[in-house]
Design a protein. Structure first.
Length: 278
């Protein structure tokens, strides 16, 4: 039987019930991609995190509360009011440990922000106040799957290759006239993707080692990756809400597009299953 990767999922926190919880879309996407989701305990214990990093094949850093500005050296502004300090403490330890172990990691919404801060970046605490623009970044009414705005995808990024592989509504390899950062041919053109959007914080300055893969029309970075690692991706939107209705969101987790970046540490053979989760 093929190995099914065990994906550790950072839990959500309910302030009213004083309880951990989870959106089914995160787990559903992992299962559909061939993985086994496991909700992690909310802990910053170093020994526990070390064991979790060793036992899980990959990690999903979910959406949720605002990232505490203290993590990037700022005081909380008037619009930064919903914090989960226990989760901030956990992710301050977990994310660097996952990256150091070169385990696959995907961040969603808060996840892209927490990844960025863990790598020394900073955030806009409130886009309407600090970076006003006509772009709607926080559609606050359900349902949560409709497109709110478009993002531009960097044509030489792995996200572009996952969404628009050569030969699929594009030129053949023989027609491609440039080489991307993986040494593979591609044909540069304008790539855009419609996304949902439910955030008021966003990346302000990029963390060390991160490269942008997508930007909103107002310049806000909406997706990043770490070229030096086998798989560290993060997106600002919520594919767990839209992956069933939107074929483009499903294509982000195509196994054939990710395997080349996800290799086992010991054998350097391609990972047998797709570690990305939604």
């Amino acid at each position: 039987m093929a190995h099914r990767p065990l994906i550790g999922v950072v839990p959500l926190w309910d302030d009213t019930l004083n309880s951990l919880w989870m959106l089914p879309g995160y787990f559903d996407g992992i299962i559909e991609a061939g993985g086994i989701p496991v909700m992690l305990p909310l802990t910053d214990d170093e020994t526990t995190i070390e064991q979790l990093v060793g036992q899980c094949d990959g990690f999903l850093v979910t959406g949720g509360h605002d990232v505490d500005p203290e993590r990037y050296g700022e005081a909380a502004g008037p619009k930064t009011v919903k914090l989960c300090k226990a989760r901030d403490r956990m992710e301050e330890r977990l994310i660097p440990s996952v990256i150091a172990a070169d385990k696959p990691l995907l961040g969603i919404c808060r996840g892209i922000q927490s990844l960025n801060v863990a790598l020394g970046g900073t955030l806009w605490q409130d886009l309407p106040d600090e970076h006003p623009s006509p772009v709607v970044h926080h559609g606050d009414k359900p349902p949560y799957d409709p497109v709110v705005h478009e993002v531009s995808i960097a044509p030489d990024s792995p996200l572009a290759r996952a969404l628009w592989p050569l030969g699929d509504n594009g030129p053949s390899e023989a027609e491609a006239d440039e080489v991307d950062s993986f040494g593979k041919p591609y044909h540069p053109r304008a790539y855009t993707l419609g996304v949902n959007s439910y955030h008021h914080q966003a990346i302000r300055t990029l963390g060390q080692g991160l490269e942008p893969m997508a930007t909103a029309p107002d310049g806000i970075v909406e997706a990043v990756w770490m070229p030096a690692k086998r798989f560290v991706w993060a997106v600002q939107w919520h594919p767990e809400f839209s992956h069933r209705a939107d074929s483009n969101q499903r294509r982000i987790r195509r196994p054939e597009d990710i395997r080349s970046m996800c290799r086992t540490d010991s054998s350097q053979q391609q990972h047998p299953d797709h570690p990305q989760c939604r």
